[in-house]
Design a protein. Sequence first.
Length: 360
Amino acid sequence: MDWNNKVNHLDVFKNKRVFLTGHTGFKGAWMLQILNLLGAQVKGYSLAPENDHDLYHQIKGDELCYASVIGNVLDSHLLHGELIRFEPDFIFHFAAQSLVRRSYEKPVDTFAVNVLGTVNVMEAMRGLEKRCVAVMITTDKVYENKESGLAFKEIDHLGGHDPYSASKAASEIAIASYRSSFFPIEKIADHQKSIVALRSGNVIGGGDYSENRIIPDIVHSIEQDELVHLRNPHATRPWQHVLEPLFAYLNIAAELMENPTRVGNAYNIGPDKEDVLDVESVTKKFIHYYGKGKYQIEEHPAQLHEAQKLVLDNQKIKTDFGWKSRYSVDDAIRLTAEWYADKERTAQEITITQIKDYQS
């Protein structure tokens, strides 16, 4: 597969039914806008947006959906009914409790949503009597991280120190179990289901207003004319623009639909090693491209544990699909800063422009 050609030819989604969990979230809203541009019929299933300023509202998300269902993935009865009645061709499972610090505050909720919620989606999928491809979104934090600085490969041990990381690793074990037990590739003619787990790096982009994430924290401080406070300035992450993993998800899903036997069980989607930066460097670059802002470092020895070094090995997706990042980390930070700094256009106009620029 020629990835750079295929990224422009996602016609397989036109008029297809896509069940998108977490469609009101940051990544979910970007995916909803892309799918709308591709001509898909999207049924969203998610909790309500947290506030009126969320990206979902800014892009008029309700108007982009064939149907928008406000529901919890832990409500198995509601989820099962909505998915089965819709009869989707594709499922993209984004819904999750995705914040590390919140996982310390609400560990039970985090494990419930991230593990049982994922199981509920797959259990509903079992009830479909048609061909269906499911893309299960996990994270780069699923690996047992011993802070060695080595890039994680898909075959490395799963684990997690904090509840968020551990819950996403546990969800991957559940995904593997369902794949082996109910959706084995050798019996695809019978069950007609394909499922893959995709692990992306630290995603940045316009419209993220989550608490305790570096970009939203920077934007909030700049717009309030306050200092940006960095609690973990030396932590390194595989930063990438949100469009990189989203188009990877779409292309892998399209390939699964067409050639289910040539796609692996899981893939890392992350930048090359030279695009791995520490938090302080990201902050400096963002302030530069935004045009204003100052920061100060506030390190607290007793703060909650977060991994300091995290690097993904992206060779498998390169080998299998010829994939490569279109944007450097500098591009990703610049585009993100430009999204927030642009006060002339609407959020939807900026988002659509950046999507089309990525495709062109």
